[in-house]
Design a protein around this ligand. Structure first.
Ligand code: NAP
Ligand code: ZN
Ligand code: ZN
Length: 364
């Protein structure tokens, strides 16, 4: 990280000099990620500047980089599974000190006043929350994510990484973790509930661990049986291949909750057929194209089709603390910045066990 003046200023007249950090950016849907620099905003009274150590590679980064969710504003520094160490705090910051181990997830600000913000569900902010990247901050500048050496975030949106969790394996919990946690809690996964997790990737492998730690009986539905051993080790009691001809008939009407983490379009009716009466299919994957369903798939057993968007700051801290308390973490493969493109391709090919994490020391 380059900083061209001291952190503390001797006289009030002195203008702060911006902190510039190395980063990698997507510049078009097809170009390789490119080394760049980001000028961090000045640390305001309530801000925390974080030296980023690790950043998980979420499939959402890839959808965004490749323009699969509509027009992306390039260049964009991706990354919303960020862990690091506090480097500087504003004068009004009360919850963090220099040296603290912290994280930043998908949200970096919201209105803080609407009914949802007040109850800690910032992901539903009626004014629209500020995303970690590809968004406009409340200062009017585009937000830039964690494929970078540093980030400045207002303290209310900074998470504490519990002592028992190493920063590399904690990073994916900031998005994948809370995205799995929020629906498991909302739909009451626990003893006596039967949960299926579709897709054993970044979200899926955390969902299996969380669901089973909550006491639910967890089944993995993967395209093949290649990762069966891992799935069972992570806490699943059953594992089935969606490609096997008898799987859907055999498992018909046998789950209370199905979490679909698949990044591509799926046969929604086939997944709905797995639900028992009053069960719910929750789509976590956000495929490029709309998905349709037959209403008959819902009405015969009064099942519901829902989707769930990340989770708020309260839930994010909750999942971090739960993971530390239950010995849960992401399984990661740490990579250098010059392998980001290869990692993207491998994620798309379902060739990841189970989350790539960028080591930001390799940006230097
Ligand atoms: P990931 O690591 O790529 O995992 C997705 C898994 O889906 C793969 O490992 C694979 O599992 C399965 N899969 C992939 N392509 C498939 C296909 N064509 N047909 C059937 N199965 C396929 O991705 P992720 O980071 O977990 O994210 C998953 C999705 O959730 C993405 O769309 C992402 O944007 C979205 N997401 C949503 C939220 C939210 O708030 N709702 C938050 C984060 C991410 P198997 O190899 O086991 O079959
Ligand atoms: Zn994500
Ligand atoms: Zn709000």
């Amino acid at each position: 990280m380059r900083r061209s003046s001291p952190t503390h200023f001797d006289t009030p007249q002195e203008e702060p000099v911006p902190t510039t950090v190395k980063a990698y950016a997507a510049t078009s849907p097809t170009a390789p990620l490119t080394p760049t620099t980001v000028e961090l905003r000045d640390v305001g009274p309530h801000d925390v500047r974080i030296d980023v150590r690790y950043c998980g590679i979420c499939h959402s980064d890839i959808h965004t980089a490749r323009g699969e969710w509509g027009a992306t504003a390039y260049p964009v520094v991706l990354g919303h599974e960020i862990t690091g160490v506090v480097a500087e705090v504003g004068p009004e910051v009360t919850r963090f000190r220099v040296g603290d181990r912290v994280g930043v997830g998908c949200l970096v600000d919201s209105c803080r006043e609407c009914r949802y913000c007040r109850r800690g569900d910032e992901q539903f902010c009626t004014e629209g929350y500020v995303e970690t990247y590809s968004s406009t901050g409340r200062d009017g500048r585009p937000t830039q994510g964690g494929y970078a050496e540093g980030i400045v975030v207002t303290e209310d949106f900074v998470l504490r990484i519990p002592d028992g969790l190493a920063l590399d394996v904690a990073a994916p919990l900031l998005c994948a973790g809370v995205t799995a946690w929020s629906p498991l809690r909302h739909w009451g996964a626990g003893p006596g509930t039967r949960v299926a997790v579709v897709g054993l990737g970044g979200l899926g492998h955390v969902a299996v661990q969380l669901g089973s730690a909550l006491g639910a009986e967890v089944t993995v539905l993967s395209q093949s049986l290649k990762k069966q051993e891992d799935g069972l080790r992570l806490g699943a009691t059953h594992y089935a291949a969606t490609s096997a001809p008898d799987t859907f008939a055999r498992l018909a009407a046998s789950f209370d909750l199905v979490l679909n983490t698949v990044s591509a379009s799926v046969d929604v009716d086939a997944l709905l057929s797995l639900l028992a009466v009053d069960g719910t299919l929750v789509n976590l994957g956000i495929p490029e194209h709309p998905q349709s369903l037959d209403v008959l798939s819902l009405l015969m057993r009064r099942v519901s089709y829902a989707a769930s968007n990340i989770g708020g700051i309260r839930e994010t801290q909750e999942v971090l603390d739960f993971c530390a308390g239950h010995g849960i973490a992401a399984l990661v493969e740490t990579i250098a910045a010059d392998r980001l493109d290869e990692a993207f391709d491998r994620v798309v090919a379902s060739d990841v066990r189970y989350r790539f994490v960028l080591d930001t020391a390799t940006l230097a």
